[in-house]
Write a protein that binds this ligand. Sequence first.
Ligand SMILES: Cc1cc2nc3c(=O)[nH]c(=O)nc-3n(C[C@H](O)[C@H](O)[C@H](O)COP(=O)(O)O)c2cc1C
Length: 356
Amino acid sequence: MSKLFSELTVGGVTFKNRAWVSPMCQYSAVNGLIQDWHAVHYGAFITGGAGLVMVEASAVHPDGRITPADSGIWTDQQAQVLAEIPRFAHRQGTKAGIQIAHAGRKASAKAPWEGGAQVSVGEGGWQSVAPSAVAFEGFTEPTALSLSDIALLRADFVAAAERAISADFDVVEIHSAHGYLLHEFLSPISNKRTDEYGGSFENRIRLLCQIASEVRMVVPATRALFVRISASDWIEGGWGIDDSVALSRELKARGVDLVDCSSGGTSLAQKIELGPGYQVQFARQIQQEAGILTNAVGLITTAEQAEAILEDGTVAAVMIGRSMLGNPRWPIQAAADLGDEIPWPNQYARGFTARS
Ligand SMILES: Cc1cc2nc3c(=O)[nH]c(=O)nc-3n(C[C@H](O)[C@H](O)[C@H](O)COP(=O)(O)O)c2cc1C
């Protein structure tokens, strides 16, 4: 049996394999409610053999949406509709996760296929918020969060996690990557605060650590808590891998089960060294030095590549994004490529079982 298709237990959750679907925004929700599109989209991955399907960034507050059409988890009704995904996943032996998110200073934008520019308040957008009144390139200046706003934000993340658990998600992932709100607090490029949430490393990681501890209290030991980070800003003087290792140790101490290692998103000045598996080094270093499980993500496209990443055990799992969009049954194909066999859904099995 390959490593890719061997079981993995993280926290209280055992995944049937380590080929996981990365969270991917669909910008197709209405008032934060997922639609038919999402049922088909996630259904395809669930019937495709993935061990974990991570639902896209879902906003903990309406102001935390990247676009007006983002998925949300700030109401109970949204959670009730989202519950269809774990219900369907569990029937296929797949685990379901959800990324809980706030877009910070990159909120109130148009969908990528509409150009991605910011939507003004007059056009139905909203005033964005951030650690400091420092704009992301091309976006308007956000309002700096006050201490009482931060207290409310912490409560929003906890309430979202509670809803995710009530919707029967196996995994809650806190989104602290890609230049969105929690990453904005981590990075000295976007965090210019002078209170206890800014300045020193300890102050910049304070909010994420508080949210991780508080969310852990509502995510039972039978589930798993992940945090997605940008392991590097890829900018001189920005957040870097050593910061990520130190942060990951703190997250582990607060009960986080796994760090999902992505990178970038703080500034257009980033100089990303793109190439196959370009973020794998971060996942390896964090798992080895911080002693917490990690997953790699980013330009992992083939079964052989995924297997090579997992082989020596220094990364626990891989998340795959665009290759899953291209072929939602990537895991079934990958298993065949590695000489393993994973079952087709019963409904399809007749088409793929040798008949005498
Ligand atoms: C359409 C699309 C939407 C995405 N939305 C999210 C998201 O909601 N949350 C997130 O953390 N990353 C998001 N990403 C990044 C992916 O999760 C993934 O990290 C990235 O695409 C790199 O992996 P890949 O090379 O396998 O695609 C998105 C990527 C794509 C292509």
